[in-house]
Write a protein that binds this ligand. Structure first.
Ligand SMILES: CSC[C@H]1O[C@H](OP(=O)(O)O)[C@H](O)[C@@H]1O
Length: 327
């Protein structure tokens, strides 16, 4: 995973993102020049993933500050709208607050802080995923390793490198990966669209599987370790992550398979005592009742479409950040 196009970046006065709604069929960049365009891209998951959302939050404040200059009220109002674009990933609000804190120094100070968020992210994720890879090698005796992951916690979920897939890159470079099983991750298919695209690009052997097959793969002894990302980690180690993570943790626990969460420290919400208080985003019925824009369920069908679930700390072998195990 050498130096590549950043998932999200700043160029010539605008935010530039890889449009993740187009992958894997098309690799295209989107130029976002206004706060409204950025909010839309976040809500459409054109840019997504907790660390990438942290960068998006900071850059959104920079877009506003450069447009509104000294109008603090206008920038604060924009910052609030960006922070509310999606409720679960703590990183979005964290990035907004980091950039907003520099507003007294003027727009260029805000932009400098947003760029610092961008520059820190890959280094942080490389360290967090290296720490997790070391723990997995120590805990799982089988060589080479067979990992299962959920959703996309690769470079596309960050500014660069990735978290759960960052572990894969470290282990693959060391010749320690037999294969990766990638949950397709309904309904938006971040696994079969984005994780598979990253694994193919990196030359890592992989298979995509229905989310409903993951527990059977674990039960049949096909998995040495489950490794996932996170969107918000409470002070006690409860983890909010993509819907379908909790049942994975239950199956892993039932079969004695290590379940490891990898995230930067910016994904920890230290003010939240446990996972009960995490707001879990609910998304549109149509994401469930249609496929690729074609209705599947009968007209008028309603859906239950939470984008995240909470895995209790007791089911998690370790949450690993750039600082090591948390808490
Ligand atoms: C490295 S954080 C990735 C995290 O974010 C994803 O959610 P979404 O695709 O809705 O942004 C998913 O929960 C991943 O584990």
């Amino acid at each position: 995973m050498g130096s590549m196009q950043r998932t999200i970046d700043w160029a010539d006065g605008a935010v530039v993102i890889i449009d993740q709604t187009a992958l894997p069929r098309e690799f295209r960049l989107l130029r976002l020049e206004t706060v409204d365009e950025l909010i839309s891209a976040i809500q459409r998951l054109a840019v997504r993933g907790a660390p990438a959302l942290g960068a998006a939050g900071a850059l959104g404040v920079a877009l506003s500050a450069l447009r509104h200059g000294g109008d603090v009220g206008a920038v604060e109002a924009d910052a609030e709208r960006v922070a509310r674009a999606r409720p679960t990933a703590v990183n979005l609000g964290w990035g907004v607050r980091r950039a907003l804190a520099k507003l007294p120094g003027g727009p260029e100070s805000v932009l400098a802080e947003a760029k610092a968020v961008l520059d820190e992210d890959e280094r942080t994720n490389r360290q967090a995923s290296a720490n997790a890879a070391e723990l997995i090698l120590a805990r799982c005796p089988r060589r080479p390793l067979r990992l299962l992951t959920h959703c996309n916690a690769g470079r596309l979920a960050t500014v660069g490198w990735g978290t759960a897939l960052g572990v894969v890159w470290h282990l693959h470079e060391a010749g320690q990966i037999e294969y990766v099983l990638a949950d397709e991750t309904r309904p938006l298919l971040q696994g079969s669209r984005l994780t598979a695209w990253e694994l193919a690009e990196a030359g890592v052997p992989y298979r995509v599987l229905p989310d409903s097959a993951a527990a059977s793969a674990i039960a049949r002894g096909m998995v040495d370790c489950v490794v996932v990302g996170a969107d918000r980690i409470a002070a006690n180690g409860d983890v909010a992550n993509k819907i379908g993570t909790y049942p994975l943790a239950l199956a892993a626990d039932r079969h004695g398979v290590p379940f490891v969460v990898v995230a930067p420290q910016s994904t920890v919400d230290a003010e939240l005592p446990d996972g009960a208080g995490i707001v879990l985003e609910e998304r549109a019925d149509a994401e469930v009742t249609s496929a690729g824009g074609t209705p599947v369920a009968p007209a008028g069908a309603k859906a239950f479409n939470p984008a995240f679930d909470v895995t209790p700390a007791e089911l998690v072998l370790a949450v690993v950040t750039e600082h090591g195990r948390f808490p």
